[in-house]
Design a protein around this ligand. Structure first.
Ligand SMILES: *[C@@H]1O[C@H](CO)[C@@H](O)[C@H](O)[C@H]1NC(C)=O
Ligand SMILES: *[C@@H]1O[C@H](CO)[C@@H](O)[C@H](O)[C@H]1NC(C)=O
Ligand SMILES: *[C@@H]1O[C@H](CO)[C@@H](O)[C@H](O)[C@H]1NC(C)=O
Length: 519
């Protein structure tokens, strides 16, 4: 049966006309609601493009995030404070963009960033590690990484919440809780843990309450929340990023790193924050040698997995056996192979396992924390507390707001009882050096591995005690809708390789999606 051509033609004309009208309407709506529609999930690169094409200003973008924080943060509690000067900084970025030649501005110019609340800013914001004890303390200067962000023209949007004192007050229950903003929530499933301690940075990135963010890690605090909230986290080599002006746990393991929605965003942030800082001179000078000429962006290669040797340590995956997550990882292994990686899965584990049955980290950390925190508190210009002993007393006095009876402060009390770097601590330090050398390092070198592949944050201890880098990339969602990540860990200074691997995996899988219930 023949159709009537004139009618079909007519219909298609009407359709075209309708399409034209609706696209006009859509454009108008898009202009009116640019913020509500297209800024969600936008990468720093896309935002820069929109800036340049005059489709967006940094002020509009900053307002978009401020509105989202207003709307979502009462539920998610990923942010403790917003910066009263954020819009002013955005305006300045908008002015500078007009005045300066295209191409001369950093990838973060005009881009709003959230900072974990243990990273000092010398401005109207407080720096408290989530505790009321440090409210109204005055820091001597911006943290080293913050000084770099300001120079790059980034908009300091606010302070992200965290497990209080970067999770060195109480045990790993109560992850994501701090007195100043309460319990941070996993936006994918409000009854699941967001993990910590950089919980707020991860929550905020997942829920689009900022463009990019910084977290810190001593043992798992970037990699775990990144995994649990479907974002990308880079835990850099020790000293690659300055810890100057960061409320410490231990300078032997602390590191500052990006937490973002994509590998490319995280790499853009990394490029801005790495480098020497006189306030963390020894470690940042030592690690400067790892910074590649031309920065890290050049390693965002779609075929980055080609020829890479990746170690799979089976026991790390044991606890998933028989679950859909295990199946998903099997499929990821196939993807890695298909993208040209060589998977090495018959690894000798004897020495590596010892790392996980040793308690040296806890012994050393306790003594180091007391020394490092006391130094930080002493250097403050103004502070209600000047020592760990003061903080313990504060928590006892303000039991109600600090939930001291309920959550305790066991790590604080143990640390206060330590007495410097004594014989026991020295033995613990030697043990860790040996365990790292005979464990992770040996495993990597003997098998000529580019990275070790592990699920979620299972490998963090090995990375922590050696000052090694790791990158977590979204890898899936479990039966409860809770995200999990895949982690690529390597030897010191291996960021270029890890970025190639992480980007190759991300581009081949594209697993991240925003939490659905927030729409
Ligand atoms: C810092 O804390 C003080 C004391 O609570 C408060 O008045 C001030 O608003 C805080 N700063 C910001 C930016 O929220
Ligand atoms: C260091 O290792 C030795 C030998 O394994 C052990 O006896 C000692 O208890 C360890 N030290 C600490 C602080 O864990
Ligand atoms: C969230 O997780 C809980 C288990 O902790 C589960 O019972 C619930 O169904 C999950 N919610 C969603 C939306 O998946």
């Amino acid at each position: 049966m023949a159709t009537d051509p004139p009618l079909a033609l007519l219909q298609s004309r009407v359709l075209l006309a309708l399409l034209a009208i609706s696209s006009l309407v859509l454009q108008t709506v898009a202009l009116a609601q640019a913020q509500a529609v297209s800024l969600e999930e936008a990468s720093a690169h896309e935002l820069q493009l929109a800036f340049r094409q005059n489709k967006l200003t940094s002020r509009q973008l900053t307002n978009f995030y401020l509105n989202r924080i207003r709307r979502l943060n009462p539920l998610l509690r990923g942010v403790i404070e917003v910066n009263p000067d954020a819009l002013r900084q955005a305006d300045r970025a908008d002015r500078e963009r007009k005045a300066k030649p295209h191409g001369s501005l950093s990838a973060l110019h005009g881009i709003p960033i959230l900072l974990k609340d243990n990273i000092a800013t010398k401005d109207k914001m407080n720096t408290t590690a989530g505790s009321f004890a440090l409210l109204r303390s005055v820091v001597p200067r911006d943290a080293g990484v913050v000084a770099r962000l300001r120079r790059a023209g980034a908009v300091l949007l606010g302070k992200a919440s965290l497990s209080e004192w970067s999770h060195y007050r109480f045990s790993s229950d109560h992850s994501g809780w701090c007195a100043r903003s309460g319990q941070g929530k996993n936006p994918y499933n409000l009854s699941a843990t967001p993990c910590g301690s950089s919980s707020g940075s991860a929550i905020s990135m997942a829920a689009n309450m900022g463009a990019v963010s910084l977290g810190t890690e001593t043992d798992g605090s970037i990699l775990c929340p990144s995994s649990s909230n479907s974002v990308v986290g880079i835990k850099p080599t020790l000293g690659l990023t300055s810890r100057g002006g960061v409320i410490p746990i231990t300078p032997r393991q602390d590191t500052v790193g990006p937490m973002c929605r994509t590998v490319a965003d995280a790499v853009n942030v990394l490029d801005v924050i790495v480098g020497f800082d006189p306030y963390d001179d020894k470690a940042t000078r030592e690690a400067s040698k790892y910074i590649p000429r031309g920065g890290y962006k050049q390693f965002l290669k779609v075929d980055g997995l080609k020829g890479k040797r990746l170690g799979i340590v089976k026991p790390f995956f044991d606890s998933y056996s028989g679950t859909p997550v295990a199946k998903a990882f099997e499929s990821h292994f196939n993807t890695l192979r298909k993208q040209g990686a060589v998977l090495v899965d018959r690894l000798d584990l004897a020495d590596f396992r010892k790392i996980y049955s040793d308690s040296s980290e806890g012994v050393a950390m306790s003594a180091e924390f007391k020394l490092a925190l006391n130094t930080y508190l002493r250097d403050l210009v103004v502070s209600p507390v000047r020592s760990l002993a003061d903080v313990i007393a504060f928590n006892n006095k303000h039991k109600h707001v600090e939930k001291t009876d309920e959550y305790g402060q066991a790590f604080f009390i143990a640390a206060e009882a330590t007495n410097g770097i004594d014989k026991t601590v020295k033995s613990a330090l030697q043990n860790m050096t040996r365990l790292s050398r005979d464990g992770f390092e040996k495993l990597m070198r003997q098998n000529k591995l580019d990275a070790l592949v592990t699920p979620e944050s299972t490998v963090t201890l090995a990375l922590a005690i050696g000052g090694f880098p790791g990158i977590s990339v979204p890898a899936g969602y479990d039966e409860d809708g809770v995200p999990y990540g895949i982690c690529f860990g390597g030897l010191r200074g291996s960021e270029p390789t890890l970025i190639e691997i992480a980007y190759g995996f991300e581009q081949a899988t594209k697993i991240r999606r925003p939490p659905s219930f927030l729409r």
